[in-house]
Structure formats: structure tokens, C-alpha cells
Design a protein. Structure first.
Length: 240
């Protein structure tokens, strides 16, 4: 990197440090989405660590959906891992969609509280996964409008990072194929559904084929820019 670029990165980081630590503000809601194995969990952990290292304090925490620890999450986990005592089809498509939405709805009080105390939250999958995976099943009645309706009103992210990757590249990464939806043809439909619902107003589509580090730096830069813009803007409802 040339030295003027280095100087501007340093100045940017200094401003970020000052703002993150010194100014009372609400936290920023940052969502990471993408097909399976696009690197969401890797980048969610990395972004939280990078943001906290930048500020020298805990100004960001992570959250993930599904949260497999709650009662709804345990049902979802049994479904995804196909350990639900049958061949895995004991929960029908509508019901599992509603369970995923309930799993998010029950987390909203805590999410709101965390954001309002000034901590940013980096979320690994959100309602967009809900719509993309259910809609990709192509079953009657599971149109996009129906899929979106049950999540309408949860907190709208300030920014969504969509980690875009060709599905054959994703499929070549570690442990692909162990859970229910991990088939490349299905993942292709999921990617299309994600791109259909991408809202240019707050989505950033990123190249997830980059190295972990290069993508991590790009996301840090974009996240700090969003955090600096959030100030005390009121939280907005999603899809309303
Ligand atoms: N689902 C749904 O149907 N409805 C909903 O509402 C929601 C979810 C919320 C649970 O997913 C499933 O639930 C999911 C969607 C559905 N479908 N399936 N199957 P999950 O989030 O619990 O799944 P996961 O186990 O975390 O896997 P993942 O999300 O598919 O992977 P990832 O988080 O995107 O990738 P990763 O774990 O960070 O990385 C995967 C591997 O790639 C790993 O070996 C990394 O070291 C490697 N990696 C990561 N980044 C890179 C780069 N840049 N280069 C090379 N290698 C990399
Ligand atoms: Mg993951």
C-alpha cells in the first residue's frame, strides 16, 4: 500500500477510534448474509474482533440465527441436522419457516437493548436467509411475499453485507454437505432468491472469493463508515 493510502487509513482509524469510544450513540445493526460456506461465521467473528481492537473497548458483539440454544432453536437444530426422530420431514415447510421467524422475534428485546446501549451488533444470518431458503424450495404458497410477511416489523439492519460466491466455490470449502440444505443445485436457487430481495438502499454485495483477510479489511472499512453514519437515527422496522 502506498504511503498516502496508509496515511488516510490511519486517519480514518483514528477518527473511528475517537467516535466509537467518545460519542454516545446507538449501536449499528450489521447483518451478514450469503449462501452456505460463503464465510459468514468467519467474517462475523473477525469483524467483531477488528471493531473492538480498533476502539480498544467492547463496542461490538455478535449474534447468530438460528440461535440453536433456545426452545425454538432446538427444534430448528433437530430439523437441520435431520435428527428429529424421523427421516427429518416431521416439520412441514411452513412450520419450519415460522419457527425460524419466531427464533428471531424472541431475540428482538435483547437486540434492541444492546443497540440502545451503544453497542453494535454483527448478526450472522437474519430474515433474508429465512426468505431465501424457504422460497428456494419452490413449494406452492411459499412465495416471497408470504415468506417476508412473518418477519415484517423486526429491527431493520443498518447495513447487510452479502458475501457473494459461486456455489461451486462454496461447495469446495470445509464440511459442505452435512446439513439439510447443503446441495449445490439448491444453493443456486438460494443465491438467486437472495439477489431478488437485495435492497440497494442498505445492501453491500461483496466478493467472498477474496482471502479471509482482504474481505475482513473491506468489511471493517465499510462497517466503520456505517457506524459513523448511524449516530442516533431511530431504529426502523423491516419490510413495513
Ligand atoms: N436457515 C433457514 O432456512 N432459514 C432461516 O431463517 C435461517 C437459516 C436464519 C443454518 O445455517 C441453516 O439454516 C442454513 C440456512 C438455514 N442452511 N443450511 N444448511 P448456519 O448459519 O447455522 O450454518 P453454518 O454451519 O454456520 O454454515 P454456513 O453458514 O453455511 O457457513 P459460513 O458461516 O458461511 O462459512 P464459515 O463457517 O465461515 O466458513 C466455511 C469454511 O470456509 C470454513 O472451513 C472456513 O475456514 C472457510 N472459509 C471461510 N472464508 C474463506 C475464504 N475467504 N477463503 C477460503 N476459505 C474460507
Ligand atoms: Mg456460519
Amino acid at each position: 500500500m502506498s504511503s498516502p493510502q496508509m496515511r488516510s487509513l490511519k486517519a480514518f482509524k483514528a477518527l473511528a477510534h475517537q467516535t466509537l469510544v467518545a460519542t454516545p450513540r446507538r449501536g449499528t445493526l450489521i447483518v451478514i448474509e450469503g449462501v452456505d460456506r460463503s464465510g459468514k461465521s468467519t467474517q462475523a467473528a473477525s469483524l467483531v474482533a477488528r471493531l473492538n481492537a480498533l476502539s480498544g473497548a467492547v463496542t461490538a458483539v455478535s449474534m447468530r440465527f438460528p440461535d440453536r440454544t433456545t426452545q425454538t432453536g432446538k427444534l430448528i437444530d433437530a430439523y437441520l441436522t435431520q435428527k428429529d426422530g424421523t427421516d427429518g420431514d416431521s416439520i412441514d415447510d411452513r412450520t419450519i419457516h415460522l419457527l425460524f421467524a419466531a427464533n428471531r422475534a424472541e431475540a428482538m428485546v435483547q437486540l434492541r437493548k444492546t443497540l440502545m446501549t451503544g453497542t453494535s451488533v454483527v448478526v450472522d444470518r437474519y430474515a433474508f436467509s429465512g426468505v431465501a431458503y424457504t422460497h428456494a424450495k419452490g413449494a406452492a404458497g411459499l412465495d416471497i411475499e408470504w415468506c417476508m410477511a412473518v418477519d415484517a416489523g423486526i429491527i431493520r439492519p443498518d447495513v447487510v453485507f452479502f458475501l457473494d460466491i459461486p456455489t461451486d466455490v462454496a461447495a469446495s470449502r470445509g464440511e459442505f454437505g452435512q446439513e439439510r440444505y447443503e446441495r449445490q443445485d439448491f444453493q443456486e436457487k438460494v443465491r438467486t432468491a437472495f439477489l431478488d430481495i437485495a435492497d440497494k438502499a442498505y445492501w453491500k454485495i461483496l466478493d467472498a472469493r477474496q482471502s479471509k483477510d482482504a474481505l475482513g479489511e473491506e468489511m471493517l472499512h465499510l462497517a466503520v463508515t456505517e457506524i459513523l453514519k448511524t449516530e442516533n437515527k431511530p431504529l426502523q422496522p423491516l419490510w413495513q
